[in-house]
Ligand binder design. Structure first.
Ligand code: 26Q
Length: 808
């Protein structure tokens, strides 16, 4: 599209909506008008994609996820439509900044962290590969809370993201479905001797879908992200006359649960899970029936993916529809279900595995509960001859009055995958070992990937331009072409250009830091970044301990040859996670102490940026020199910020955990700073139960000084929090082995400092990170899901030149 055409469209939208000219428009008005233009640019392709799908009848995948975390969509849609450069030029010509306009858009933050962001990266890749794949989730009225710091403490504010409306969504009233909750279900024999469920009591709520187009990268493919919102069924308005009755209904899709590990036993959470599952499965079956094929062939047209256990009810809900509404015999229904379903596990932490009390299940979803009991009974029966009773009793679905969601998902799926090699291996050997004995063929690995278009082309234009001029533009379509950069490892001009791009990004971040926190940081310092949810296992505290060590080194010798560093944190803690909030307070107070200590002379700065989210990630990642990936080995399933930071040229300091291992394998030991216990060593400590935090404390005076700092008054205002940290390390024997890994972490940090001082070497390492990041494109990951698990193919009728994703 020509610039002039875009301008005309924009002008006419501004007239239509606001009756104003471009020159008088505010950023808000420009945003809304431009977003509407963008929407109209893909409207036709969206309906064409749907029509082609109906005509071609190709198999489609449905990605069920209780979280999606797309962030902002304007620039990503412009990029994918091939309009970004044009729009940028136009706005410049009109003396506006597109960035300022894009900034107006509210982040769509319907997720907590890695799992939700992964779902959105996958949506982008599905469309960009021309694959028929849709998202299914919940349209929360409030996304993840906004984080503020008051006195160094985290305070949570509601995220009222829909207040000004959401331009991208389309309400599809005609596609609404009813969701049944509660009541009692009796099984009554019909005239053919078949047991039929009869429901007494209970209530029906309405699920209304809001669809958002998922725009493929320059291929005219538009998939659909379908999010469900609760409403009073039309026929029942009279029953919801009181404010209280309405409120309890509206609560259902009001807020995202802000815990990214586990909220135990909350009825609303279970109702949410059933809500989007039932709505999604009903709409899929309805669609499938339109194709006029027998239900027994469903797995040839439909693949349903269960993203972690939150949508595990897909299994029992599809069974319910096939049995109760479509009269299939159990065996047929079960065969269909297992062929259709697949499941991804995202966590190793035993305490995070989802379980529900059976009483709650019976109360909320009685018919599903009956079906789950029957699945469980038949599971025990079917495998009784092949496996020992003890094994079956450990793997059955209902154990000690609780429904184990992972067990339901595994038994009901033909594929179970982890999200990085180590994680998938640990699923087989430890966490899900019992299931591996029974269903070895179901287990596989799909290492996570990231939407590189967003994390490079959109977030890092300075570096993208350097890449274009150095290796050409093919990397924009084929991420593996980033490898071409390897030819320039020793080319000082290219290395200098990379350094210049990094500096530009650091200057921009420094300005943001100055504006939002008042802290001055020097863009020539090392920007050392840890951005992720706050969790004990991710060990932000280990980072803090190293910062304190450097602080003491400088106090002892203000001339110590340490290259200036800015430590940057971004992290939200679950509101109920007391210890994580204590760590936030501690980091903020350490920042206060160090940033205001004149003897440190600005050699160290600590910056904890508020409200870490997708948009803030897009600011921080391009400016990072060092990427902190320091979880205790075996605990981080994959990590994905590690991939984003690598792609943007940050050098990683990491334990051999999650995808860090694959990153190391891709770039070689010389281009990453590895430290700490290995997974085997961690498990050996568990087996021998001989870890003593105190022993490490006792023998290392440096460590002693650092740990004591939490309680000896060195850090002001952390009387309570400092004590909690101190006790977790010594009294409770340091669950995540920080004291054990401290020394080797400090050594690795020292290597990083040395490497940075040799700028030529540093830039070459950074270059190698960028050059080898292509393999972590979500395009490859999604292609692997498509080939191995879903068996879906690009929509042939539609895609002219599908973006290829073969890792050669
Ligand atoms: C469960 C029950 C009740 C309430 C909340 C939850 C809940 C919600 C979110 C449990 C877990 C999550 C999110 C988990 C998550 O984000 N895991 C991360 O997934 C990434 C993508 O695979 C990995 O890279 C990370 O390693 C993993 O921690």
């Amino acid at each position: 599209m020509e610039k002039a055409t875009l301008q005309e469209l924009l002008e006419s939208r501004l007239k239509d909506i606001f009756s104003i000219e471009i020159a008088e428009a505010s950023p808000q008005e420009l945003f809304l008008a431009l977003a509407n233009v963008v929407k109209s640019c893909y409207a036709n392709d969206w309906s064409q994609t749907r029509k082609n799908l109906l005509v071609e009848q190709q198999k489609q995948a449905y990605y069920f996820s209780i979280e999606f975390l797309p962030g902002k969509l304007l620039k990503s849609n412009l990029l994918n439509l091939g309009l970004l450069d044009t729009a940028e030029e136009l706005f410049e010509e009109l003396s506006f900044s597109l960035d300022e306009v894009a900034e107006v858009e509210k982040d769509m933050a319907l997720g907590n962290g890695g799992l939700g962001r992964l779902a959105s990266c996958f949506m982008d890749s599905l469309a960009s590969l021309g694959l028929p794949g849709n998202g299914n989730g919940i349209r929360y009225n409030y996304g993840l809370f906004k984080q503020k710091f008051v006195d160094g403490h985290q305070v949570e504010l509601p995220d009222d993201w829909l207040r000004a409306g959401n331009v991208w969504e389309v309400r599809k009233e005609s596609k609404a479905v009813d969701i049944q909750y509660g009541g009692e279900v009796y099984l009554i024999e019909d005239e053919n001797g078949r047991l039929r469920p009869e429901r007494h009591g209970g209530y029906v709520w309405r699920a209304v879908p809001y669809d958002t187009g998922m725009v493929g990268y320059q291929n005219d493919m538009i998939n659909t992200l379908r999010l469900w919102s609760v409403e009073v069924p039309a026929a029942e308005e009279a029953n919801y006359a009181t404010i209280e009755s309405r409120r309890s209904l509206e609560d259902l899709t009001a807020v995202l649960y802000p815990d990214d590990s586990n909220e135990r036993g909350k009825k609303t959470r279970l109702m949410q899970e059933y809500f989007f599952v039932s709505a999604g499965i009903q709409s899929i079956v309805r669609y499938y029936l339109k194709l006029n094929h027998p239900l027994t062939m469903m797995s040839e047209k439909i693949a349903i993916h269960i993203n972690d256990t939150h949508p595990a009810l897909c299994v029992s809900e599809l069974m319910r529809l096939l049995l109760d509404d479509h009269d299939l015999p159990w065996e047929q229904a079960w065969a269909i279900t297992v062929k259709v379903m697949s499941y991804t596990n995202h966590t190793i932490m035993a305490e995070a595995l989802e379980k529900w009390p059976i009483d709650l299940f019976k109360e909320v979803i009685p018919r599903n509960y009956q079906i789950i009991e029957e699945i469980d009974r038949r599971y025990l029966e079917e495998y009784a001859e092949v496996h020992e009773a003890a094994l079956l009793n450990r793997t059955r679905i209902i154990i000690d009055g609780q429904v184990h969601m992972a067990h339901l998902a595994i038994i009901g799926s033909h594929s179970v995958n982890g999200v990085a090699k180590l994680h998938s291996d640990l699923l087989k050997s430890v966490v899900l070992h019992d299931f591996y004995l029974i269903f070895p063929e179901r287990f596989n690995n799909k290492t996570n990937g990231i939407a590189q278009r967003r994390w490079m082309q959109l977030a890092n234009q300075p570096l993208s331009k350097v890449l274009d001029t150095t290796i050409g533009k093919s990397w924009r379509h084929n991420p593996q072409d980033l490898q071409l950069l390897k030819n320039y490892q020793e080319d000082p001009t290219v290395l200098q250009r990379l350094a210049d791009a990094k500096l530009t990004n650091k200057q921009a971040l420094a300005e943001y830091i100055q504006q939002t926190t008042g802290i001055e940081v020097d863009p020539t310092a090392i920007f050392d970044v840890q951005i992720k949810r706050l969790h004990a296992y991710k060990r932000q505290l280990l980072n803090v301990m190293h910062i304190l060590k450097l602080y003491f080194d400088l106090k002892d010798d203000p001339q110590a040859p340490i290259h200036p560093r800015v430590f940057i944190f971004g992290a939200k803690a679950a509101p109920s996670y007391h210890y994580a909030k204590a760590i936030i307070k501690v980091i903020n107070e350490v920042a206060n102490l160090i940033n205001h200590d004149p003897t440190i002379n600005d050699k160290l700065k600590v910056v904890f940026l508020e409200n870490y989210n997708v948009t803030l990630a897009e600011r921080i990642i391009p400016a990072a020199d060092v990427s902190e990936q320091i979880s205790l080995a075996s605990k981080e399933a994959s990590g994905t910020s590690n991939m984003k930071l690598m792609l943007n040229g940050a050098v990683t300091i990491a334990t051999l955990d999650g995808a860090n291992i694959e990153i190391r394998d891709a770039i070689g030991d010389e281009n990453i700073a590895i430290f700490g216990l290995t997974e085997e060593e961690v498990y050996a400590y568990y087996a021998q139960q001989n870890y003593s935090a105190y022993a490490f404390y006792e023998e290392d005076p440096v460590l002693q000084r650092v740990v004591n700092a939490f309680i000896d008054g060195t850090i002001p205002n952390i009387e309570r929090e400092g004590r909690e940290v101190f006790d977790s390390l010594l009294k409770y024997n340091d669950e995540y082995f920080l004291l054990k890994d401290f020394k080797s972490y400090c050594d690795a940090q020292y290597r990083v400092d040395l490497a940075y001082k040799d700028q030529q070497r540093w830039q070459a390492i950074s270059l190698m990170n960028i050059a080898n990041a292509g393999k972590f494109s979500a395009d490859y990951t999604v292609q692997n899901y498509a080939d191995d698990i879903w068996q879906i193919e690009p929509l042939y009728a539609h895609v002219k030149e599908p973006n290829s994703a073969s890792l050669t």
